[in-house]
Structures are given as C-alpha cells and as structure tokens.
Design a protein around this ligand. Structure first.
Ligand code: UDX
Length: 458
C-alpha cells in the first residue's frame, strides 16, 4: 500500500506504544512503525496484547495491526524507510557520575541519535517525544549535523502530556499538543509537517507551537506545577491531622477559587510514577548547574515533602498500632502508583513496604494489575512479603490494611467480611481517602485517613 506519510517511533514503552497506536488509528493513510530493542516487548505488541495495561489500548492496537501499525526490532530498516522519526526512549535519573540522583541519563537517547545518523540515507524530521532536559534538542542537532553529505535532520520537541491510566483518552482528546521548533525556514517547515499529523484529529487552536527551549522547559514546568499541588495539599494534610481540620473540606474550599481550580488536590500517601520525581530532579539539576540555588532548593522541596509524607504515613501506623509493628501482618491494598495501571515505577507502595519490613512487620500485597511488577520491585526481599491476588484472601490474619492505590475495586469490597477475617483490633490506614470511613468505623475498624481526625475505638 502507498502511504501518505511514513512515521517511525524508537521505543515501544508507555509513551511510544500508545501514542503511535493512536496516530495509526486516527491517520489510516499513514504507516506507523515502532521499533524496540526488546524482542519480547515487540512480540507482545504484535500479538495484540500490549505489554502494558492501559484502558482502551488493546482495541486501538488491534485496529491498526496488519493495517498501518507495525512493531519490529529492525531499527536500521525502520530508519531507512521512514521520514519522520519520534524518539521515545527512556531517560531515567542518572545513577552514576556527575549529576547522579538528579540529572537524566541520556545514554539511550544518544544511542538513538547515533543510530539515526548511521542508517539514514535521506533527510529526516527527528522528534523528541520522551521528556528530555532543556537543550537536549541542541545536543541532538549537533550529533546529527556531523554528517556532511546533504542529508538534513530537523529536530523538533513534542513532549507528551498523557497520564497513565487515561493515556488513550488524553491522546485522543488532549488539552494541548506542544510542538517546539527552530524558527528557521527548515525548522518551520518541519514543524508544519508535525502540526499536519496532529491536525487529523486535534483542533488547530489546541496545537501550540513555540520555540524549542520553551517546549522542553514547559514539560518540566508542567510536571513541577502538578506535583507541587500534591505536595502542597499533602503538607496541609499534616497540619489538618494536628488541628482537627479535614483535608477534603480544605481542598474543596480552596479548589472552588477559580484561580486555583479543584483538580490535583487529593491528599495521598505521596505521588509516584515515572515522571514527576525524575522531571523535578532534572529541573533541580538544571537550576544548580546554572547557579540558581534558591530556585533549585524551592523546586526540590516538592520531592522532599513527598518523601516526608511517606515517612509520616508509616510513623502514624506505628504510633496507632501501639508503637510496634514487629510480627504484625499488614496488607497493602494496591501497589501500582495510581489506579488503572499496572505500573509501579516510583510507587509510594514500594517505600511503604520497605519501611514496614524495617519495622519487622510482615507485608501482604494485593493489586489487580501490578503483582508481577511488585515482585520485581521487592525481588531482593528475602523474608516477610507475600503476594495475593484476591483481597479477601490477602487480609486473612492481618492486623491492618493500608490503602496505597485508589482502585475502584477497594471501594466496593465487603468490609464486614474483611473485618471478620482480620486480627482484632483491626486497623485501616487509608492512604488515598477513598473509603467510607464512618461505615468502616461502625463495622469496628480503627480508621486512620490522611489529613483527617482518626476514628478509633479506644
Ligand atoms: C504525569 C502527568 O500528569 C502527565 O501529564 C505527564 O505526561 C506524566 O506524568 P502520570 O505520572 O501518569 O502523569 O500520573 P498522574 O495522574 O499525574 O499521577 C501522578 C501521581 O500523583 C500518582 O501517584 C497519583 O496517584 C498522584 N496524585 C495525583 C495524588 O496523589 N493526588 C492527586 O490529586 C493527583
């Protein structure tokens, strides 16, 4: 078949896979190929059963497979045969050398750039899709410009704002699509090519164009703003617990100010996910390198408050349960970093589980999607953890439940039955404030929400 455009994406992960599946579904006349080094992952995509859990994804992938959506490990061919190349490789926080623990590890990104350089036999548009530090596009341009044979590479920044669990909805109906480019003639032409792709389903006024550095920085700034809201309401939750105020009431009242808005004000055990911490630390690193120490300290506090919230949660458990958790069985309801995903990257549950183990508690983990990842996250733990899919089985003989993930499933359980299965006095620590606390109290539980007065029978 003769396709109107040929698109390649390097990296078949949480961003690359769903984004390309949606482009393929919205643009049936474009060919969309996704390459990844991991054969198992490619096979999973090709089987129509994607390697990640995301509501609505399977269907979009199955629509495109064999028609205009292809997954492969053949990167050389992918680069040769496609003119528009998205780079969506992972950029984790560096664990070594300069900037360890803060800066982004760009080795996968640079490898992708060098592969493009090696295999391209015609000019290409190269698009940064993963979140990169500001000025990455420039570095990419410099690598790509080292070829002097008339082949041109135009680098664009097109950060992805999708959130896991709602990826398909966010991609189909985005708040905005952001495209950063050079303002040279070639840069603007490349930009317009990418605008034309999104214009197949996104209205023109939602497609924002900017200079390339604004685009890169806007992604980091957006994640900083979002995470900042969570750390702010979590800081307020600590004040609520000391003063008798109720964080849900405070959040509602504050959020009704239209200048503030009501979203992202749910107090929790802490934010997780692959982006927030990484991107904020990335911004901290940028500020420190540029000598903006005050700004760096301010930005970093968002992460520090998030750590504090997790510590506070376990300390509250310890205090409530008579200052010892040793030998007690505690069931974690949920291990994913949020509902509707099997992803556990930076999930607060990882640290909570480890802190409970440090207290010599036994931890039972239940989650409808994330048990495989949970096992990997805690693979080094030799004693004290078990994984049970059925929540009723999981709570058997437990002293406490700690809600880690806001799965709907946990709202709908039969808590009288659960109470019967547990050791008394039974405790619930609701790290997401999703349960009916009054009803639980009446059943006989001692209930400890976040940012609200505890409801205890003693
Ligand atoms: C985030 C951004 O929202 C998205 O735009 C960006 O592209 C990637 O990073 P994601 O990490 O998938 O998306 O999930 P998000 O819904 O933002 O939640 C992040 C964390 O914050 C989760 O652990 C969530 O449970 C927590 N959270 C969110 C709260 O604790 N309270 C809230 O009010 C909202």
């Amino acid at each position: 078949m003769n396709f109107d455009k040929r698109i390649l994406c390097i990296g078949a992960g949480y961003v690359g896979g769903p984004t390309m599946a949606v482009i393929a579904s919205k643009c049936p006349r474009y060919s969309v190929t996704v390459v990844d080094v991991d054969q198992g992952r490619v096979d999973a995509w090709n089987s129509g059963k994607p390697p990640i859990y995301e509501p609505g994804l399977d269907e979009v992938v199955r629509q495109g497979l064999g028609r205009n959506l292809f997954f492969t490990t053949d990167i050389a061919r992918g680069i040769r045969e496609n003119d528009i190349i998205f780079v969506s490789v992972n950029t984790p926080t560096k664990t070594f050398g300069a900037g360890a623990g803060l800066a982004a590890d760009l080795q996968y990104w640079e490898l992708a750039a060098r592969q493009i350089l090696e295999h391209a036999d015609s000019s290409k548009i190269v698009i940064e899709k993963s979140t990169f530090p500001v000025k990455t596009a420039q570095a990419m341009e410099r690598i790509l410009m080292s070829r002097n044979d008339g082949i041109h590479f135009d680098v664009l920044s097109n950060p992805e704002f999708l959130a896991e669990g709602t990826a398909i909805r966010d991609l189909v109906n985005p708040d905005r699509v952001l495209i950063g480019s050079r303002s040279t003639e070639r840069g603007l032409k490349a930009r317009d090519e990418l605008v034309a792709i999104y214009a197949n389903w996104v209205s023109r006024e939602r497609i924002i164009t900017s200079n390339i550095w604004s685009s890169e920085l806007s992604k980091l700034a957006s994640n900083f703003f979002l995470a900042q809201r969570i750390s702010t309401i979590n800081a307020i939750s600590a004040v609520c617990e000391k003063t008798g105020a109720d964080v849900s009431e405070v959040a509602k009242i504050v959020g009704m100010d239209s200048r503030i808005g009501s979203r992202f004000l749910n107090a929790s055990v802490g934010f997780g996910g692959s982006c927030f911490k990484k991107d904020i630390l990335n911004l901290v690193y940028l500020c420190r390198v540029e000598g903006l120490e005050e700004v760096a300290d301010y930005v970093e506090k968002v992460v520090l408050i998030n750590e504090y919230q997790k510590e506070r949660f376990v300390l509250n458990m310890l205090t409530a349960m008579f200052n010892t958790l040793a030998g007690k069985k505690i069931c974690l309801f949920g291990f994913a970093f949020k509902a509707d995903t099997g992803d556990t990257r930076e999930s607060p549950a990882i640290q909570i589980a480890r802190k409970l183990l440090d207290e010599h508690a036994e931890v039972v983990i239940t989650d409808p999607q994330a048990l495989v990842s949970a096992r990997e996250d805690l693979a080094d733990v030799e004693w004290g953890v078990s994984y049970v899919e059925d929540p009723y089985e999981a709570v058997r003989g437990c002293h406490a439940i700690a809600v880690m993930t806001e799965w709907n499933l946990y709202r709908e359980l039969d808590y009288s039955r659960i109470h019967d299965l547990m050791v008394k006095p039974a405790f619930i620590f609701d790290g997401r404030n999703i349960l009916d606390h009054q009803a639980l109290y009446e059943i006989g539980f001692n209930v400890y929400p976040i940012g609200k007065r505890p409801m205890s029978h003693f």
